[in-house]
Design a protein around this ligand. Structure first.
Ligand code: PTJ
Length: 266
């Protein structure tokens, strides 16, 4: 009975996705929305995740819904940092799971990282479902039975696993909340975030902020990791060391301002 209901729901979502005309100028954006709606229906994404995505979309609109050259530079620096890390970990929340689960797992494989489920609005049911999705993509995730708390956080989002995020030297935490980003940086970790809002606290606190949509950033990073994993360490160190988060955020704001200015001229 439950299976039949699930199958019908999946079919409904697939039909909605195929209903979106391919020649719609904002096709990718609309498909991404459907992926998140499906994520909520499947118990993977939180309702709050839809609101967070809406905020992201507004910034993406200003970016022209494309990966800018500075964002690609940040993606390259992030991949170099992950390849150089002793114990890298990729963190997955409800939005990342709905939008980029296969790519998160593929990237973790390329850079030899652990994958950990870490939720802001944590429920054991949602952790289980996200872990199941990650397993179906070929990895055994950490974070299902967290045994440590990140210092300075008074919330379920503090939960972490000792062999994962707690001891990691480099963490990729896409769509991270500001408090947790700050707490991880305070623990001495290099923190990579994917955040379309260059003004957010996470963006300003992280070691590397990728101002790009996760649906573009993660596939780019998988490709970069495939290409870069054979580079010698000094070369990777040069790429990672040459990155400035301040400059990257300023470039993202410039790109957005340019969109606003050119719209005013028309
Ligand atoms: O699954 P959970 O419980 O862990 O919850 C996940 C969310 C995302 C709801 C939670 O971490 C949250 O509330 O995040 P914030 O504080 O709203 O931050 C999300 C940030 O991600 C915002 O700055 C958005 O602009 C940005 N964002 C939203 N969608 C995307 C995005 N950045 C990149 N790609 C997106 N698709």
């Amino acid at each position: 009975m439950v299976d039949a209901a699930l199958i019908s729901l999946c079919l409904q979502v697939l039909l909605t996705m195929t209903d979106i005309p391919r020649d719609h100028p904002r096709y990718q954006s609309l498909v991404t929305r459907e992926m998140l709606v499906k994520g909520v229906r499947d118990g993977i994404t939180s309702m709050q995740g839809l609101i967070a995505h809406g905020r992201g979309e507004a910034f993406d609109y200003l970016l022209g819904e494309k990966t800018t050259a500075p964002a690609l530079g940040a993606e390259k620096a992030a991949v170099a940092m992950l390849l150089l890390a002793r114990n890298p970990v990729v963190s997955v929340n409800g939005n990342a799971a709905a939008l980029a689960a296969p790519e998160m797992v593929a990237l973790a494989k390329e850079v030899n990282a652990g994958v950990e489920v870490n939720l802001f609005h944590r429920t054991e049911e949602r952790v289980g479902k996200i872990a199941g999705l990650l397993r179906s993509n070929g990895c055994e995730p950490l974070g299902v039975h967290p045994d440590r708390l990140i210092p300075g956080l008074s919330h379920d989002r503090a939960k972490a696993s000792s062999e994962g995020i707690f001891t990691a030297d480099v963490v990729l935490v896409p769509l991270e909340d500001g408090d947790r980003c700050e707490a991880l940086v305070k623990m001495g970790k290099k923190v990579i975030v994917v955040d379309l809002n260059p003004l957010s606290r996470s963006a300003r606190t992280a070691t590397v902020t990728i101002v790009d949509n996760i649906v573009r950033a993660l596939p780019n990073m998988v490709k970069l990791a495939e290409e870069m994993k054979s580079l010698p360490r000094p070369e990777l160190e040069k790429i990672a060391g040459g990155f400035s988060n301040e400059t990257a955020l300023s470039a993202a704001l410039d790109a957005m301002m340019e969109t606003v200015q050119s719209s005013k001229q028309h």
